[in-house]
Design a binder for this molecule. Structure first.
Ligand code: ADP
Ligand code: MG
Length: 483
């Protein structure tokens, strides 16, 4: 397969989480909850005589995304009519943007195996979403709740070279949209939709080959599977000596296969022309600057801070910044005085494990039964040597999670304070050596690993509360004396 390279460009449709639709006051509702056609107005239904009015909030959200993706925001952008008929588009045209989009020439940084790579973003333009068709019982049902919802289309250059890169791009973009608060990223509700343009390139090729476009990708996982399937299909076609025809394909989840939906139309078939019912939109430099000044710290910036200022590895910083809520929880721990590496470690192992077991998504970390304050309390006790690591992890933390108690209270109630007193530990070590003559003999005969078994017995006698460093030191000293 090595003579073939995968070429992918992604087109991403992201609904903007505004209160009302792109061109009218009609409210935007949750597609999973609202009754079909309960949020429609004359404009959503494409009634003659209705006139669109631009939703300023949607434009601001779009500009925020453009800025966050390092795009230029041209001073003027313009809506255009994209003409085609489909039952989910009752006007017979979609208001979109064509040659004067909201944002151009940006990039997203993805990271694979620790190597950052810039993926160019060609453009982002604003448009209106269509209704939703459901095919069932030999007919089709249409719900216009979604019709007219602001939709930002973000188009990458064909810079992605594998399904894994496409996945990293999709996750990074989703993360940025969520940080900005303009989109929930909930693909199951269709508020975020990916289309993958795929071609393959032979090592001897000078130019890119024809591409196909895969739609109906309702999860990132399916996108990855569909791309892999399509790459293999195209290589097979070329190896046969045939050629790949440009086409719109659908991923069929049930059969895990690609299906051809239609052979592709060209842009001129849409008869784009400037939307006569809307003015051009001027984005003054002041307006753009004002929006820029309100952008939150984004994942790349936080990741860099976690690496440069807090000494985390790039990998850990990436995991902790993928979700804003996790980054905030982590930063709260650090602000409460917990060592950054200790906080990162505990968060990524212990807390994520408890969350997984309870079926809590990472983005819901703010609602776990362990506030950053109480968790910091536990880590501070462990850092100060009041309890040892294993007591903290195995006994105190689970009880904090279920009871909501503070670490200190649990330590007092259950007598879990760490034993560091060398005299107390000395007595217990002496007793353990006397009780385990056989192990001691094996140790003295040169089997050094036996020391771990002795250590375990001593910790057991201390009910796990011994200071491991002191126990190990006293044990080694006493054994040395026997030798
Ligand atoms: P259109 O304007 O007809 O939708 P574009 O050429 O502008 O098509 O590209 C649409 C998407 O397809 C972009 O994401 C782009 O990166 C991607 N793309 C273009 N050419 C190829 C190719 N040969 N292989 C893979 N993706 C491609
Ligand atoms: Mg397209």
């Amino acid at each position: 397969m090595d003579e073939w390279t995968t070429i992918i460009g992604l087109e991403v449709h992201a609904e903007m989480a505004t209160a009302s639709k792109m061109f009218s006051r009609c409210p935007v509702v949750d597609s999973g909850e609202a009754a079909p056609n309960s949020a429609v107005d004359a404009l959503s239904l494409g009634m003659p005589g209705t006139l669109p009015v631009i939703n300023r909030q949607a434009m601001e959200y779009g500009i925020m995304v453009g800025l966050a993706l390092n795009c230029e925001i041209p001073p003027i952008n313009q809506f255009a009519r994209k003409n085609y008929f489909y039952p989910d588009l009752p006007k017979g045209y979609q208001i979109s943007q064509y040659d004067r989009p909201l944002a151009v020439d940006g990039h997203i940084i993805i990271e694979l195996d620790g190597e950052p790579k810039h993926i160019r973003v060609r453009r982002a333009h604003m448009e209106e979403d269509t209704g939703k068709l459901t095919h069932s019982m030999g007919g089709s049902l249409v719900d216009y709740n979604r019709a007219g919802v602001p939709l930002l289309e973000i188009v990458s250059e064909p810079d992605l070279r594998s399904a894994a890169e496409a996945e990293a791009y999709a996750r990074k973009l989703r993360s940025i949209l969520r940080y900005l608060g303009v989109n929930s990223g909930d693909m199951s509700k269709g508020v975020l939709r990916f289309e993958a343009n795929v071609s393959v390139r032979h090592q001897d090729d000078a130019a890119l080959r024809e591409r196909t476009e895969i739609k109906n990708l309702n999860s990132i996982r399916n996108m990855v599977k569909a791309i892999e399937y399509e790459v293999a299909r195209q290589i097979k076609i070329y190896r046969r000596g045939a050629t790949v025809k440009p086409a719109t394909l659908g991923w069929d989840e049930a059969t895990q296969r690609i299906q051809v939906q239609r052979y592709k139309e060209r842009a001129d078939e849409y008869r784009y022309f400037p939307e006569p019912d809307l003015p051009v939109v001027e984005v003054s430099r002041e307006w753009a600057a004002q929006i820029k000044s309100k952008l939150p710290a984004l994942p790349d910036e936080l990741q860099a801070r976690f690496v440069d200022d807090l000494g985390l590895s790039a990998y850990d910083a990436g995991v902790l910044t993928a979700e804003q809520a996790v980054a905030q929880y982590f930063m709260a721990l650090v602000e409460l005085g917990v060592d950054a590496k200790v906080a990162a470690n505990w968060l990524m192992t212990e807390v994520f494990r408890l969350m997984n077991a309870a079926g809590i998504d990472r983005d819901a970390i703010a609602s776990i039964p362990l506030s950053a304050q109480r968790f910091a309390g536990l880590l501070t006790l462990a850092q100060a040597g009041m309890i040892n690591q294993s007591t903290a992890r195995k006994q105190v933390l689970p009880e904090m999670w279920t009871s909501g108690k503070h670490a200190r209270q649990i330590v007092e109630e259950r007598g879990l304070a760490q034993v560091s007193d060398a005299a107390v530990i000395g007595d217990i070590v002496a007793k353990a050596l006397a009780d385990n003559e056989e192990l001691v003999a094996r140790y003295l005969a040169g089997n050094e690993k036996v020391i771990n078994a002795l250590f375990g017995r001593i910790m057991g006698a201390l009910r796990g509360k011994g200071d491991p460093a002191v126990v190990r030191r006293v044990l080694t000293e006493k054994l040395a004396k026997l030798a």
